[in-house]
Design a protein around this ligand. Structure first.
Ligand code: FAD
Ligand code: FES
Length: 372
């Protein structure tokens, strides 16, 4: 009797999505995330971060009208956007589609053996890790590598390389140790010094692209936690390259950390900037510093302080007195910090194509599906 009045569950529309070059067609529910749907159906889809930062899941839409869940200007050029380039992890299905999904490894990435050469604690949680490579590799500061110890049965974890390397056989990372983290706990365990692991690199194109941009315009660098490693590497590259030049990019650095004990590497950057005679404004924002401590600086979240930090930099140095549209912004660290900072900068009038970011998502470990 009651059954007569029961509403039939509304059926969600399904669309046909054809994947090239495999020529596999899947029925995918309207509104589904394309990457999640492909993985659920067992497609060997390449991915890494799942948050629109690494570009591993890049696709080309040949037919159909997908909805991008992020503004593509953050990661793609105008030409790439016009050619139909999307990130599968940031794409919702809203029509039948034909997409080209290149499952090959990115150009230039190689897998080599390495040894754990040195692990230096920078703070209680962040360690600077040096690897000796069995064969040389080349990369830009900010690109990332996938690390996998031979003796651990885990999927590779992603880490950003600090300084750039050209045909180099030493690579450095700043790695946050999570007590229940498989890779980071292995790295910091002194018993594993000198042990072998595999490194696959380079991936991603986060970083400073100097081609075609005015290298005298200011740089706003925003880092959270171990994101300071890659950001510091990029600032260091600028300092070395333009040392002594009166038109070198001035830099505002904003570092978000938990407490005073997590402040590291900043004095060294200041010293290098002074030696290179390049303006560097360093700002620290602490979100877990105990009330009543000796800290007289900024407290709370980075995003809450950005407008004020830029205004203060402009008051202290004319080189920072420029409209929002003049800045180039690099962001690196935990996803909430990066996302909230981007939202504030957008409100202040900055455009996605001024920004480049990397989000330190707990990407690989959180997933059960196979990675390439
Ligand atoms: C492109 C890219 C670049 C990255 N670069 C760096 C880098 O340079 N330095 C760095 O420290 N990390 C970086 N990360 C993040 C790093 O890959 C993850 O944190 C990784 O999962 C840690 O591996 P693990 O084995 O130690 O911990 P897992 O075994 O993966 O995780 C176990 C537990 O550790 C904790 N945990 C792990 N990662 C996170 C996280 N990111 N946020 C919050 N809690 C977490 C959680 O408690 C989790 O339950 C990057 C991530 C990406 C996608
Ligand atoms: S950008 Fe999609 S998985 Fe990283």
């Amino acid at each position: 009797m009651f059954g007569l009045f029961q509403r039939k569950p509304k059926e969600t529309a399904k669309f046909e999505v054809r994947f090239l070059p495999a020529n596999t067609t899947l029925q995918i529910e309207q509104g589904s995330n394309l990457l999640e749907a492909a993985l659920r159906h067992g497609m060997p889809a390449p991915y890494n971060c799942r948050v629109g930062a690494c570009k591993t899941c890049q696709i080309k839409v040949i037919e159909g009208r997908p909805k991008s869940l992020m503004e593509r200007e953050y990661v793609f050029s105008r030409q790439e956007i016009e050619a139909g380039t999307y990130l599968a992890c940031q794409t919702a299905v809203h029509s039948d589609m034909v997409i080209a999904w290149d499952n090959s490894e990115p150009d230039g990435a190689a897998k080599v053996g390495a040894r754990l050469l040195e692990v230096r604690p920078m703070t209680a949680r962040i360690h600077r890790v040096r690897l000796q490579l069995d064969a040389p590799l080349s990369w830009r500061a900010g690109q990332f590598a996938r690390l996998q110890p031979f003796e651990l049965d885990i999927t590779a974890r992603s880490y950003s390389m600090i300084a750039a390397g050209h045909h180099a056989d030493i690579v450095e990372f700043d790695i946050t140790h999570y007590p229940d983290g498989a890779l980071s706990s292995w790295i910091v365990d002194p018993a594993n010094a000198g042990k072998p692991l595999s490194i696959e690199a380079p991936f991603g194109d986060f970083g400073l692209d100097e081609t075609g941009s005015d290298t005298s315009l200011p740089l706003l660098c925003i880092a959270g936690g171990s994101g300071l490693g890659a950001i510091g590497g990029m600032i260091g590259t600028c300092l070395d390259k333009f040392s002594g030049s009166p038109t070198a990019r001035p830099v505002v650095l904003v570092y978000g950390a938990r407490d005073q004990k997590e402040i590291y590497a900043l004095d060294e950057l200041q010293r290098r900037a002074e030696a290179a005679q390049i303006p560097l404004s360093v700002n620290v924002v602490l979100d877990r510093e105990p009330a009543g401590s000796s800290w007289a600086g900024r407290r709370g979240y980075v995003a809450e302080h950005l407008t004020d930090i830029l205004a203060e930099a402009a008051r202290h140095n004319d080189r920072f007195r420029l409209p929002a549209s003049a800045w180039h912004v690099l962001l690196c660290g935990p996803t909430p910090l990066v996302d909230s900072a981007i939202a504030t900068l957008r409100q202040a009038g900055m455009h996605p194509d001024q920004m480049s970011f990397d989000k330190y998502e707990q990407g690989v470990a959180a997933t059960t599906a196979a990675v390439i």
